[in-house]
Design a protein around this ligand. Structure first.
Ligand code: NAD
Length: 323
């Protein structure tokens, strides 16, 4: 297959690109390499892909429809759209970055898929669409009309935009609601890496909501397997060409368990600063993954202990600065 991947220098994009190259596919990656977090980390991820057979890369902004069109030269079997402004907390500080990449950028990708009559568009949504939903585990049929962050609102908008385009133009489109993805080469704005860096420096870590937080942590390899499984199952007319799936671990873990695993792997006792809830955050996430299991054969396998062990092993050998 020949696949266009947006956000190819990102955490999930680089890992997905590598998995596609491993199985012999051709990948055209695009990314604007913005400085929301360490550009050298993005370049280090790209350096592992550049030079591999079947990989090509263009540094462009997906919101620029002309640049996207010319970067996407030739025919594609599918698009995997992972470029976005991620992060719940930063969406309070800089909502326009989300409007640009997640709304304008998403529309630009939908338009490309429409014009090129792409056989399948797979895009990243997020557990944050569940917002104030208190029913656990979160199922795809639950209400998602009360986001609590602007980031969540843009991801919900992506689903609505994709649903409309799929119906209008019969473009098979699949949205994936990822749940707290972590692992080697991860995003330095996420708690597990913020904690790691602070612990290594002997600084105190901020524990939100006094530690009463639960997350359905999902290991990167399991997420990549889910993306590839979704790619192989394009929706058809009976679904109006659009489906969404939760990709989580179906095993919520307490925040303090994450901290204690990091302490074990780093051999450092964390200095803990217990503070209140952050604006825009939710207390608990938990994915009901039965739909993805049944339809896609999705079957996450990595425990948090195994995943954190692999992540810290990677961090210990990392030469690139994380911040
Ligand atoms: N990691 C998670 O836990 C998680 C959870 C839920 C959803 N998601 C979603 O999954 C996708 C991938 O997330 P990630 O963790 O790999 O994030 P990431 O920030 O590492 O990757 C996103 C990439 O997109 C690029 N990008 C952003 N705006 C762009 C633009 N306008 N044009 C071109 N490139 C642009 C960035 O430079 C970055 O390399 C995102 O859509 C994110 O919202 C991630």
């Amino acid at each position: 297959m020949r696949i266009l991947i947006t956000g190819a220098a990102g955490f999930i994009g680089a890992a997905t690109s590598a998995a596609l190259l491993d199985r012999g596919d051709e990948v055209v990656g695009v990314d604007n390499l913005n400085d929301y977090y360490s550009v050298s980390l993005k370049q280090a991820r790209l350096a592992r892909l550049n030079g591999r057979k079947g990989f090509a890369f263009s540094q462009i902004d997906i919101a620029d429809t002309k640049a996207l069109d010319s970067a996407a030269r030739g025919e594609f079997d599918a698009i995997i759209h992972l470029a976005a402004q991620a992060g719940v907390r930063y969406s309070i500080e800089n909502p326009f970055a989300y409007e640009h990449s997640n709304l304008q950028g998403h529309l630009s990708v939908l338009e490309l898929a429409r014009r090129r009559k792409i056989a399948h568009l797979v895009y990243a949504s997020s557990s944050s669409v569940y917002g104030a939903n208190e029913k656990t585990p979160f199922a795809e049929s639950d209400r998602t009309d009360a986001p609590v962050s602007f980031y969540g609102a843009t991801k919900k908008a992506n689903e609505a935009m994709s649903c409309a385009y799929a119906r209008l133009y019969s473009t098979p489109t699949t949205g994936l609601r990822f749940f707290t993805v972590y692992g080697p080469w991860g995003r330095p704005d996420m708690a597990y890496l913020i904690f790691t860096e602070k612990m290594l420096k002997g600084e105190a870590i901020d524990i939100f909501n006094e530690g009463r937080m639960g997350r359905d942590f999902t290991y990167i390899d399991d997420i990549v397997a889910g993306v590839l499984a979704a790619l192989a199952h394009p929706p058809g007319p009976s679904d109006n060409f659009h489906r969404v799936y939760n990709l989580g671990n179906d095993k919520p873990e307490e925040l303090m368990r994450l901290v204690s695993l990091l302490e074990t792997e780093l051999g450092i006792e964390a200095k803990k600063n217990f503070i209140g809830m952050q604006k825009g955050d939710v207390e608990r996430t938990w994915a009901d993954i039965s739909k993805a299991r049944t339809d896609l054969g999705y079957d996450p396998k990595t425990s948090l202990a195994e995943g954190i062990e692999a992540t810290i092993a990677w961090r210990k050998g990392l030469k690139t600065p994380l911040y």
